[in-house]
Design a protein around this ligand. Structure first.
Ligand code: PMP
Length: 397
């Protein structure tokens, strides 16, 4: 049996396709703008995008990306350590650090690489990593790399500072990294960060918070640390630029000595090309827009609150807290996938869970573009779905 036999034997996606239940890689034509997108030639209301502040179509952001391409070309064309370091990267890092309350920042080509890089660079032989058991895949994969270089990796109960405290009390070392998402995207709720900070401080552990879904929305744009009043008490923070910052890329924020260490030791930073000029400039322009509008509450949060209440009133099993993401639970996989298809047919696109995720829920993402009229149309579709659309679909299928 050769190596690729497993690929030939992989039929899960084909089976789902044959059963009419395949929902991955939907093909959109053109941008998602004004809360709408074009899917397979038909307009849908886009409830699956992480462009929370609707800045992907903002003219300042687009203009900044266009100017960067005109001035710097299309690629950094090398790792930053050697030949691909641009003043654009350094200017973005300085502004990110200032805005988010850290001494320094380091920009990466993706948020995934930021997490992979920081965890694997900070933890090795003799160190321990504690992950929330529902931490993002990129934190888990970073911990796997750390484990390969000798770190011990453990999980603590999801959102459980008590379990973390119990485990840290018994830990053989204080050289500990604790990592958690700030807002869990599959569940929509915020981590108990104030309590986690207290536990980490008590045991001398270093806390890393991935605020990919909080920056731009909470704490007047500064994210969940500001929201919880714990700026200055979380030694390491990461984020992606592919949510509120309307771009591609990610960053790690920490004290200057830690960032200096990462600049010279972090493999995804050293052995990968710098973020492209357009992506860097777009993220920076989006940051400026967020800072400029920091005094008003993001429409995305109000939209999510309105939708969460409306779906709850319709009898849907909705989860999530104060954030832009609303998981809507279904009884089983086929019902969930059928519901997703019906809603697309009725002009509403929602995300299904990624493969190997055991939960049967569609996750709705609200953005600033979800104006009251868009939301009313969405609520109308959910109401119709509840009132029998689903059983009708089953008969037709
Ligand atoms: N962390 C979290 C919590 C995420 O949800 C994601 C994906 N959006 C990432 C990291 C990875 O970000 P990116 O898409 O920039 O790789």
């Amino acid at each position: 049996m050769d190596l690729l036999e497993k690929c030939r034997a992989y039929t899960r996606a084909d089976e789902a396709r044959d059963a009419g239940l395949y929902r991955y890689y939907p093909s959109f034509q053109g941008p998602s703008e004004g809360g709408r997108a074009v899917l397979d030639g038909a307009e849908v209301c886009m409830l699956g995008s992480n462009d929370y502040r609707a800045l992907c179509s903002n003219l300042q952001v687009i203009g900044a990306a266009q100017d960067a391409v005109a001035l710097y070309g299309t690629s950094a064309a090398g790792p930053r350590l050697l030949s691909g370091n641009l003043d654009l990267h350094e200017e973005l890092e300085a502004d990110l650090a200032g805005f988010l309350g850290y001494e320094a920042a380091l920009v990466f080509a993706t948020g995934y690489m930021a997490n992979l890089g920081v965890v694997s660079a900070l933890a090795s032989s003799g160190d321990q990593v504690y992950l929330d058991e529902n931490a993002h895949a990129s934190l888990i994969d970073g911990a796997r790399l750390a484990q390969a270089s000798g770190a011990t990796v453990r999980q603590f109960g999801h959102m459980s500072p008590d379990d973390l405290a119990r485990q840290l009390a018994a830990a053989p070392t204080r050289s500990v990294l604790v990592a958690t998402d700030g807002l869990f995207p599959m569940e929509g709720h915020l981590a108990p960060l104030a309590e986690l900070v207290t536990v980490c401080e008590e045991y001398g552990a270093t806390l890393l918070v991935d605020d990919s879904h909080g920056v731009g929305l909470f704490g007047r744009g500064r994210g969940v640390l500001q929201h919880f009043g714990i700026v200055g008490r979380v030694p390491v923070m990461t984020l992606t630029f592919s949510t509120s910052l309307a771009s591609q890329g990610g960053a790690v924020l920490a004290d200057a000595r830690t960032i200096n260490f990462l600049r010279h030791t972090c493999r995804p930073q050293i052995f990968s090309a710098g973020l492209s000029p357009a992506d860097t400039a777009a993220a920076h322009a989006a940051l400026r827009e967020i800072r400029r509008g920091a005094d008003s509450e993001p429409d995305a949060l109000a939209a999510a609150e309105h939708l969460r209440r409306a779906l709850d009133a319709l009898g849907y099993d909705v989860a999530g807290g104060a954030g832009p993401l609303i998981p809507v639970r279904f009884s089983d996989e086929v019902t969930m996938l059928s519901a997703q298809r019906i809603m697309v047919d009725y002009g509403v696109f929602t995300n299904v869970p990624p493969p190997a995720c055991e939960s049967y829920q569609l996750v709705i993402a609200c953005t600033d573009a979800h104006t009251p009229d868009v939301l009313e149309a969405v609520i109308g579709v959910f109401a119709a779905l509840r009132d029998g659309l689903l059983s009708h679909y089953r008969r037709e299928a």
